[in-house]
Design a protein around this ligand. Structure first.
Ligand SMILES: Nc1c(NC[C@H](O)[C@H](O)[C@H](O)CO)[nH]c(=O)[nH]c1=O
Ligand SMILES: CC(=O)[C@@H](O)COP(=O)(O)O
Length: 167
């Protein structure tokens, strides 16, 4: 049973998250954009029934640090009385004038995938890989920077809940 859809993707019901504990790891790089994405994810988690005390935030310098931090924090909680059911790793990569963008994007995406598979805990890829700032702001829901603005943090939150309750 799903009560909302975005672009044809069906999302969780309003109480699906009530028993979940979600980790959000986000970067300080490009913080004006990242903070919008984090807020979109947080509000969506709350609207889906996740308790405020069960949404835990940590920040790291940049996207390249997301896999290590996500793995460390998920592993640390695995043996605790309150393990995380999923993680959303959020960052924004904006292409510069060198190949640095490509290397970080590839390493971060591969790294986050590996963390999720190795630990058996859903890790949602919340990294925007954009060619310019306007693209990033639009995907963080800022309609002043372009049309069809939509905050992807919303989608990542729904995905985290669905994957955490899979099966
Ligand atoms: N250019 C961007 C970076 N670069 C920094 C790296 O992510 C990393 O922190 C550094 O290489 C040290 O390991 N990070 C972003 O998140 N976004 C960028 O656009
Ligand atoms: C994603 C990046 O690392 C990029 O913003 C760095 O810019 P540059 O390629 O001009 O060094």
């Amino acid at each position: 049973m799903h009560d909302s859809t975005v672009k044809g993707i069906e999302f969780a019901t309003k109480s699906a998250g009530k028993d979940l504990r979600i980790l959000i790891v986000h970067t300080r790089w490009n913080s004006p954009i990242v903070n919008r994405l984090v807020e979109g994810a947080k509000q969506t988690l709350l609207e889906s029934g996740v308790l405020a005390e069960n949404i835990v935030l940590h920040n790291v310098p940049g996207a390249y640090e997301l896999p290590f931090a996500t793995q460390k924090l998920l592993k640390a909680s695995a043996g605790s009385t309150k393990p995380f059911d999923a993680a959303i790793s959020i960052g924004v990569l904006i292409k510069g004038s060198t190949m640095h963008f490509e290397y970080i994007a590839d390493a971060t995406s591969q790294g986050l995938m590996r963390v999720g598979l190795d630990l058996g805990i859903p890790v949602i890829f919340g990294v925007l890989t954009c060619l310019n700032e306007d693209q990033a702001f639009v995907r963080a829901g800022d309609s002043s920077r372009g049309s069809n603005a939509h905050n992807h943090g919303i989608d990542w939150a729904h995905t985290a809940i669905e994957m955490a309750t899979l099966g």
